[in-house]
Design a protein around this ligand. Structure first.
Ligand SMILES: [Mn+2]
Length: 320
């Protein structure tokens, strides 16, 4: 089962400076209404059902509102509006219904011309996000291979999340589920996974990722001196896509930067190296939808992970 929560604008609190042109997010974000001018729309996914099924540490259902609180006091540098679209809540173990409900909300936001940013929630959000974009860009499930727009998925993650969904669908299976759907419809599966940890992914997963033609860059490959060449690799990937879906699993960050996740990374890729990759995706002109997954406030330390996530939303939504 799934439920839509009402929009709670009381989450948006922060200081107000008296001098002009000193707005912060809490002063500018508006509750989403019908016929609102195109802007970025924040939609929460209150779910950790996929994390629970994946035997992870639950608590990411509280992620969306923690992220809003961390974003509220950040400085406002946008020109276009930003909206709070409320949350979709997964009730009990009703993951599939919640994913479909989120997908339908996202399709509606895309149709209204917004850039949806989904605030997770476990990484099971990825299947729902992709589905929302697929429903928008390929309304006919029978769209022929030739006419189907090419959706590229860029996943910043320590994990492939390509486990076999045959037995159980969870936060560890979204990209396999997407690959299965693509195969079913004859669409190509275009997947880049950046920041993956060899130590945290089995040989079988590397094999599956390679068989699916994944662009893989491991955590230890993403270093300052090689960053320009990795950005170019990502740009070449982007050139072969029409629409991009960016998904950021916060466990791609080092545990010191993102302790509030189910599976903190012993090594990870620092925010300083993640940001140029996010900017390359943002500036491509093809970004249609993004999500941030796995923020678990109950495991966070001094709001560090929420702050990192908020900074990424801020960066992702800069429009000038
Ligand atoms: Mn993940």
């Amino acid at each position: 089962m799934a439920a839509n929560t009402s929009i709670d604008m009381s989450l948006w609190q922060g200081r107000t400076d008296p001098e002009p042109d000193s707005d912060r997010w809490h002063q500018r974000i508006e509750p989403l209404t019908n016929n609102a001018a195109p802007g970025c729309a924040l939609l929460g996914f209150e779910s950790d059902a996929g994390v629970a099924r994946n035997q992870g540490r639950t608590g990411a259902a509280e992620g969306p509102n923690a992220l809003r609180r961390a974003l509220a006091p950040l400085a406002w540098h946008r020109t276009a509006p930003a909206y709070d679209a409320g949350n979709v809540r997964c009730v009990g173990d009703g993951l599939e219904a919640a994913q479909q409900a989120l997908a339908d909300r996202l399709t509606a936001l895309l149709t209204a011309g917004h850039l949806p940013i989904v605030l997770g929630g476990g990484h099971e959000v990825a299947y729902a996000s992709w589905l929302g974009l697929a429903q928008f860009s390929m309304p006919e499930a029978s769209a022929s291979k030739e006419s189907a727009p090419r959706i590229g998925i860029i996943n910043l993650d320590a994990h492939f999340d390509l486990r076999d969904p045959a037995h159980i669908r969870s936060s560890g299976t979204p990209f396999s589920q997407i690959a299965d759907q693509c195969q079913k419809h004859g669409w190509s599966f275009r997947y880049a996974c950046l920041g993956v940890s060899r130590a945290a992914n089995t040989r079988a997963l590397f094999k599956r990722a390679n068989a699916l033609g994944t662009l893989i860059r491991e955590d230890r490959e993403i270093e300052a001196l090689r960053l320009d060449s990795i950005v170019r690799d990502v740009q070449r990937f982007i050139a072969k896509c029409d629409h991009l879906y960016l998904t950021i699993d916060l466990d791609v960050l080092p545990a010191a930067e993102a302790p509030g996740v189910s599976a903190p990374a012993a090594r990870g890729v620092s925010l300083a190296l993640i940001e140029p990759l996010v900017e390359a995706v943002r500036d491509s002109g093809k970004l249609r939808l993004a999500d941030l997954a796995e923020l678990n406030p109950s495991l966070d330390i001094d709001g560090r992970t929420a702050r990192a996530a908020a900074r990424l939303v801020h960066l992702l939504t800069l429009d000038n």
